[in-house]
Design a protein. Structure first.
Length: 261
């Protein structure tokens, strides 16, 4: 193809792309206004039920594929509101909402991450959703958010919900979660470790692979020292779980102190 024809084709393609982007932008603005109006109307529970019957959930789940920030915030908030109802939550999972969630944890957008985590908390009460969060590779993305102070509490709740599924606990050993949880416990500013944090630690310690990670080096000794110093009963429970599964000789020897508890 001659150079001039190539340039003409490239210019034509550029124009079509710009035209398409303008169309998408207009669509996003219209849909934002429409869903924002529906969100306000949904404050009436009877109206909300009618919306659900007309497949509002299916439309909202598909909106998660859009790129407009205002539309995504509105959509996540609407879905979070609807997900409080068990049947709505089940429909979201059936509509493939978990497949559309990872992108929000890869972006540098705190409001979207915050809303996505709050939505995940509601979804994680569903066993299928918990399994999909792990199978779709979302666990490392969520664990990484433990490093963000403003999101940590929400992340701990999501991870605790996932860890309540005993078959999924070993998956945490393939992430940095056990090591991060250990550091957060050891450096917790109050004498008694926060309940969301220690609850996750207790669940993970019931996994052989995670227990072995908690037992690396002198980590178990540090956990014991903190437990005896603070008298933290739940921390002792976590240590007890570790003792049941650890394969390390040093760990087993250390648990002779249990006779003093």
């Amino acid at each position: 193809m001659p150079q001039n024809k190539q340039d003409a084709a490239r210019e034509s393609l550029t124009k079509e792309v710009k035209k398409l982007n303008k169309t998408i932008l207009k669509q996003d603005k219209v849909m934002y206004i429409a869903f924002n109006t529906l969100l306000n109307l949904a404050n009436d529970h009877k109206v909300e039920k009618k919306m659900v019957k007309r497949n509002i959930i299916g439309y909202l789940v598909r909106m998660l594929e859009r790129n407009n920030g205002d539309l995504l915030v509105n959509t996540l908030y609407f879905l979070k509101k609807l997900s409080i109802i068990g049947d709505n939550k089940d429909q979201m999972v059936e509509e493939g909402i978990i497949d559309r969630m990872p992108r929000f944890f890869k972006q540098n957008n705190e409001p979207l991450k915050h809303l996505a985590l709050r939505l995940l908390i509601n979804l994680s009460f569903d066993r299928t959703a918990r399994q999909q969060i792990v199978s779709k590779g979302m666990l490392p993305l969520i664990v990484n958010l433990l490093n963000v102070n403003q999101l940590r509490l929400l992340v701990l709740i999501v991870l605790f919900q996932i860890s309540s599924e005993s078959k999924l606990r070993n998956s945490f050993a393939d992430t940095e979660c056990p090591r991060l949880i250990y550091k957060l416990i050891i450096h917790f500013p109050e004498p008694i470790v926060g309940r969301e944090l220690i609850a996750l630690g207790i669940n993970l310690a019931a996994s052989r692979r995670c227990a072995n990670i908690f037992s690396e080096g002198e980590q178990l000794d540090h956990l014991l020292q903190r437990a005896f110093k603070s008298g933290d009963i739940l921390l002792f429970k976590m240590i007890r779980n570790i003792s049941q599964f650890s394969d390390l000789t040093e760990t087993k020897d250390s648990f002779r102190v249990n006779s003093f508890i």
